[in-house]
Design a protein around this ligand. Sequence first.
Ligand code: SAM
Length: 287
Amino acid sequence: MERGCLTLREILKKHNFRYKKKWGQNFIFEQNLLQRIVTEAGIVPGDCVVEIGAGVGTLTRELLAQGAQVLAIEIDRTLLPLLASLFAEENVVFVQGDVMQLDLDELTRAQGWSGYKVVANLPYYITTPLVMKLLEEEAEIEDIVVMMQKEVAARLMAVPGTKEYGALTLAVQYYAEPEILFPVSRHVFQPVPQVDSAVIRLKPRKEPPVQVEDKALLFRIIKAAFGQRRKVLLNSLLKTHPGVEKKTLGEVLVQAGIDSRIRGEVLSLEQFAILSNIWVAKIKQMI
Ligand code: SAM
């Protein structure tokens, strides 16, 4: 990508830029790939897009080329003057900060936006907490298309009984419909990371796929089931809920139609939901 006479790589060199591993700085300069991300994200002119981790603005550039308005967040202060010098467009705002500490709804409302898409090549070290933050806050996000480590993407798509299946799978599938869009080789990044990647869509659900009386209890049960993967479900639940009698818990499982000797990792989200609802009903009976 040329900027005047200098390529972006040369500009980085001129600014004595050092890639910071701690912030997951693996940049992409391949325009075809960046365009493919924007195309798969279905960006159309006028879309409001939050980009997490602008880097040197290569993805930002393609989002703008597609006619989006972009709010791009970047933690690395040294990149902000560089970004300011590279982008004269009015449709882009760069915000310096740690995305984990920012309120995206507040930031986007300040731009006059109502609703927005998230498109990003994520910093891998915060992928899981960041995805959970985006989904759990039930923000005004219409769509999420992000690049992440291939193995993490596989965990989001996993089915019961597989080694990839876990609490993260269920939490993500509760809030969103995940879909792997395409794989990405590690060799397109600069510097080359140790892992391959995938671009994934997480379409936030309007309604959760299961109805539960107590969402916090559902996720406590799920956490318990996967925290003790080798234990059978009854024992995992007893360990994490010491106040509950074994007999009561056994009855809850029977009523839910779940064999107490199985491991939690084979249960579907629907089964966890039934279990948590029966648990709530049992507690109510006991009060
Ligand atoms: N978008 C660029 C690209 O595709 O080449 C850069 C992607 S790079 C994988 C991730 C970017 O996220 C880096 O520029 C890094 O500095 C930034 N970053 C890391 N942690 C962050 C955080 N907590 N909040 C905001 N940005 C962060």
